[in-house]
Design a protein around this ligand. Structure first.
Ligand SMILES: Cc1ncc(COP(=O)(O)O)c(C=O)c1O
Length: 457
């Protein structure tokens, strides 16, 4: 039998869990179940989502930076309504809405950037940027950073700085080398031979654990790239569109290529892009010979571009970069106060509303002594996810750990978050830390939850 869309509303949480397990990804269902992360969410608006039992949750995760405008922003939904009778895909013509989105982007992006290529995701934006860099420079070597995250397609994965995601897929694309993040000397060493096509870098490392580099790092990187004739690719996929308190974190750097995605689609449509200088475009894809060297069927479709146009207008009309700066400071100040009180918090850091809370690893905890290190090995990597589990299940606050560093919880709420909701989050965190008086009890309560959920499913 086939389900109709209307039937979906009638399905239970267990129906969905089983179908996802049978037909999509069984391992993910088990993993989400471990920390009771597989709630059945049925409604979303702004900073909030509701589960099937009517409980309201505050979303402090914001789809890793894709929900800068919040869930289902009315401005973006209305834009989709407005264009839904237009041709969405018509390759036998140039896309009206891609042209206008390109124009609008030119008004807000760092100086010097101009030509856009539209695709459908962050990884696709990175793929295009890497290809553009190779063809424009005639060189093949790409430098990226340890701890970085640029996506999981082959090119993007080759640039990503985490072995865990790379090793199972070797051999990756040749010509990729790594340097430590925030280390200009190491970068210069790699660039010296002038055989590098591009250095790709996140202005703040997201999945690496919300790592903020020293002031001037990006500018320094740009100077070195110019000196040694390599291109600078700024990966603003997570930092873009106001997240760090500025429209783009590389606003004053003028990268040669910039990658964007996530909030470009207003949290509704999948869209990503790389934008480059006219010079790079001309060398890479200039003229009729080369204008179709890199394409994507859905790239620049009307719905996605209309969402992008509405998203950019809304971000500007609502002053979201400034709001992120103000609310981010408020949140970070609150977290710093908690850090001074609770030793389990190792560090809090970030810019705007891209904030990380790093927890002490379990090695230092009582648990190590009690279990002789047995349980510790697993849990030492996952303190962040344990706190995220407590926040979700006991306080109805959604967060998650960073992919490359599970001891860091990321705070990336929609940029429309209020002071009241930030207070709720800070109080919840304090409650967890106070009640658990350190990692030991927290770990035990999580072990109990995990065992409980294993047996109840
Ligand atoms: C900095 C950065 N680059 C690239 C990507 C990949 O984007 P996508 O998941 O849309 O492929 C991400 C995703 O988290 C990211 O944070």
């Amino acid at each position: 039998m086939l389900f109709k869309l209307d039937d979906v509303e009638q399905l239970t949480r267990n129906d969905i869990r089983k179908m996802y397990s049978d037909y999509v990804n069984p391992g993910l269902v088990s993993m989400m179940g471990l920390l009771d992360f597989d709630k059945y969410f049925v409604k979303a608006q702004g900073c909030y989502v509701w589960d099937s039992e009517g409980n309201k949750y505050i979303d402090f995760l914001g789809a890793y930076g894709a929900l800068n405008l919040g869930h289902n922003p009315p401005e973006v939904l209305q834009a989709l309504q407005k264009v839904c009778k237009k041709p969405n895909l018509l390759q036998a013509s140039i896309s009206t809405y891609a042209a206008v989105l390109g124009h609008n982007l030119s008004q807000i992006i760092p100086k010097g950037l101009k030509n856009c290529f539209f695709g459908n995701s962050g990884a696709e934006a990175v793929e295009g940027a890497l290809k553009a860099a190779r063809i424009a420079t005639g060189k093949t070597k790409i430098i990226s950073c340890e701890g970085s995250f640029h996506g999981k397609t082959f090119g993007a994965l080759s640039a990503t700085g985490r072995k865990k995601y790379q090793n199972p897929f070797e051999p990756l694309v040749p010509g990729f080398e790594k340097v430590p993040y925030d280390d200009l000397e190491a970068l210069e060493e790699k660039l010296k031979a002038k055989d590098v096509a591009a250095f790709i870098v996140e202005p703040i490392q997201g999945e690496g654990g919300i790592i903020v580099p020293k002031q001037g790092y990006l500018k320094g990187a740009k100077e070195l790239c110019s000196k040694y004739e390599a291109l600078l690719i700024a990966d603003e996929i997570q930092t873009g569109f106001g997240r760090t308190g500025k429209m783009f974190a590389s606003d004053d750097v003028s990268p040669d290529i910039m990658c964007i995605a996530k909030s470009l689609g207003g949290g509704v449509m999948p869209i990503g892009a790389f934008i480059c200088t006219a010079d790079v475009w001309d060398k890479a894809f200039g003229g009729m010979e080369k204008c179709l060297l890199h394409t994507s069927t859905f790239g620049g479709n009307t719905m996605a571009c209309a969402a992008g146009i509405a998203a950019i207008n809304t971000i500007i009309e609502k002053n979201l970069p400034e709001k992120a700066a103000e609310m981010g400071k408020y949140m970070l100040d609150g977290l710093k106060t908690l850090k001074d009180q609770y030793k389990i918090i190792k560090d809090v850091r970030g810019k705007g509303l891209m904030i990380g809370i790093e927890f002490e690893t379990a090695e230092k905890s009582l648990l190590n002594r009690v279990t002789g290190g047995a349980v510790n090995k697993f849990y030492s990597e996952f303190t962040g996810s344990m706190v995220a589990g407590e926040l979700l299940n006991n306080h109805h606050i959604i967060t998650a750990y960073t992919l490359n560093n599970p001891n860091v919880i990321r705070i990336e709420p929609p940029l429309i978050i209020s002071k009241e909701d930030i207070d709720i989050m800070l109080n919840a965190l304090e409650d967890i830390l106070k009640k658990n008086k350190g990692l030991f009890k927290l770990t035990l309560s999580t072990v109990k939850n995990v065992t409980g959920s294993l047996f109840s499913k």
